[in-house]
Design a protein around this ligand. Sequence first.
Ligand code: MN
Length: 232
Amino acid sequence: MTAGYVFPPAPLPFLPVAGRREVFPVQRIFCVGQNYALHAAEMGAKAGSAADIPVFFMKPADSLAHDGDILPYPPETTALHHEVELVAALGMGGANIPESSAAEHVFGYTVGLDLTRRDLQKQAKEAGKPWDLAKGFDNASPCGLLIPAATLDGLPRGAIQLMVNGETRQDGQLADMIWSVPRLIALLSRFITLQPGDLLMTGTPAGVGPLLPGDKVDAHIDGIGDLSVTIR
Ligand code: MN
């Protein structure tokens, strides 16, 4: 027996939106590496500058998970790491978007986790191989409630934090991002045409570390909200 090809289309991944019954349909998840100097340092790397092109990578859209989820500890790793990140959700796409108007392309913001199989990532880096499977796996991208940008006073600012079992592990400031949200959108849109529904995970502050089965993870961004998940 071999598999046929008739199947119902997979449901579109989505995020809930504050104050709305409608959900935000997610197309793709783009991510940026080492957007905070202290995190670059803890990874043993030299921090880039805003004039450079950062490392962009992707996670599959169906790796989304949601606030309150209980996530199985993923297979093929002994080093599942947390990375709390500000996530921008694009309501408008485009190519070669000017930095000066890039913020207008953001529909909303939320708190996200760029969960990472750090051991696989390290092995891949050392071998000069791609690290897709270190970043893209089931439930690798929990994201919270989307806060419409129209309800915010400018770009998100303030603290970005993560606690594990009530203990603070990451405590950074959005102001310490090397590449701002508008700059990231402008740079990424030079390489690909962005689409409405795309998410951009904007990098993690210092303090990344391992998660163990049973851990409760609480992430917070000032003015945006909270995201909690538990590892089973
Ligand atoms: Mn990350």
